[in-house]
Design a binder for this molecule. Structure first.
Ligand code: SF4
Length: 360
């Protein structure tokens, strides 16, 4: 590619002068780089930083992570969302202990075989921590490249994705590939932002095809978004002798491995009360009496919006059994902090503490 040498030179110079002072950049320790890359997927740097620091205090090395329990790892991740990332990180650490004697493999193609490590993460670790000439294409890089090369095909198309990876591969230099890749990502995060890119401060403005045509705000081209579906959920807060019943979600699917209050989706034509009685029978093999409503909580995931309708319930017959959860526990409100709950549950947990009106 004709412009590649000038793009590389300008971007590398800019990155070395302007790079944010982030903790994983100081050490280039493969475990730190890997953790930062997983943490920062779907998460802003300012939001992910405290988690990164807390995580490394609790689990300073890869063997520490491998030796931790899944509950401990999820607790450290609590509130960040996308919990599959945490479970895969944990599984991958155990795999690295078994297969590679506790040292992350250096090649992107081997890294990509670990759970939760896709082409992007493998390229980032291999180039930043081990200096391999491997490309990276994340959301920020996609935006920069579609603008830089004025790509008008929808960014969601597989053909566009292939094209962007090919361009990234042709741009990444053999020397300092990690700095180049981080420079592209940093440029997307700070200068070539989704709205109003700061082209006046951009180190590669001279090579930017969409800027030349004043099309930068029209790139990338996106397909129209589908409406996000909404679900009404009922939640049973079942109390007994000062304790509440919680269940651990199974190992697969959304929010896997987290603890929650029982409940589920409202079926069409059902009242909240009917849904709670049905859910408790299906999930726990118990019959409950539904009391007053404690709270209504709205929560949005990327692909789904939910309204949690939270009710006090008491068991009137049956002995609870974990029909859908992997485990059930009765816990005191003082123990809430020992378990990792989804964000939606956190929005009403405080209302269940005993000093408040809705407590036991
Ligand atoms: S000139 Fe503007 S649109 Fe082009 S890469 Fe730089 S910031 Fe992005």
């Amino acid at each position: 590619m004709q412009q590649a040498p000038t793009i590389r030179k300008s971007l590398l110079r800019w990155f070395r002068e302007e790079a944010r002072d982030l903790p994983w950049r100081k050490s280039c320790d493969p475990y730190h780089v890997w953790l930062s890359e997983i943490l920062l997927q779907q998460t802003r740097v300012d939001q992910g930083l405290p988690y990164y620091e807390r995580f490394l205090v609790a689990l300073p090395t890869l063997p520490d992570l491998a030796a931790a329990s899944e509950d401990d790892v999820l607790k450290l991740w609590e509130g960040l969302g996308y919990y599959t990332r945490a479970r895969n990180l944990h599984r991958a650490a155990r795999q690295v202990m078994d297969q590679y004697d506790g040292r992350l493999p250096e090649k992107a193609e081997l890294l990509q075989m670990l759970p939760g490590v896709g082409r992007y993460t493998a390229g980032a670790i291999a180039s930043i921590a081990f200096g391999e000439r491997a490309p990276v294409v994340d959301g920020n890089v996609k935006r920069v490249l579609t603008r830089l090369f004025n790509i008008a095909q929808p960014i969601e198309d597989t053909a566009t994705d292939k094209k962007l990876w090919a361009i990234a591969d042709s741009l990444v230099p053999a020397s300092d590939p990690g700095d180049f890749n981080q420079g592209m990502m940093e440029l997307g995060a700070r200068i070539c932002t989704p709205k109003k890119p700061d082209c006046g401060s951009c180190p590669i403005v001279g090579d930017c095809a969409s800027h030349k045509r004043n099309l930068q705000e029209k790139r990338p081209v996106r397909k129209p978004r589908k409406a996000v579906p909404h679900r009404e959920i009922v939640v049973a807060v079942i109390a007994r002798d000062g304790e509440y019943l919680i269940g651990k979600r199974g190992p697969d699917g959304m929010l896997a491995g987290l603890w929650e209050f029982p409940g589920g989706k409202l079926e069409s034509g059902e009242t909240h009360q009917e849904a709670l009685v049905r859910e408790c029978a299906e999930e726990l093999s118990i019959t409950v009496k539904v009391g007053g409503m404690i709270s209504t909580v709205k929560h949005a995931y990327t692909h789904l919006k939910v309204t949690l309708n939270v009710y006090r319930c008491t068991i009137i017959s049956g002995k609870e059994r974990p029909n859908v959860h992997t485990e059930l526990k009765w816990i005191k409100p003082t123990e809430f902090d020992d378990y990792a709950f989804p964000k939606g549950n956190h929005k009403f947990l405080d209302l269940l503490r005993p000093d408040l009106e809705f407590g036991l």
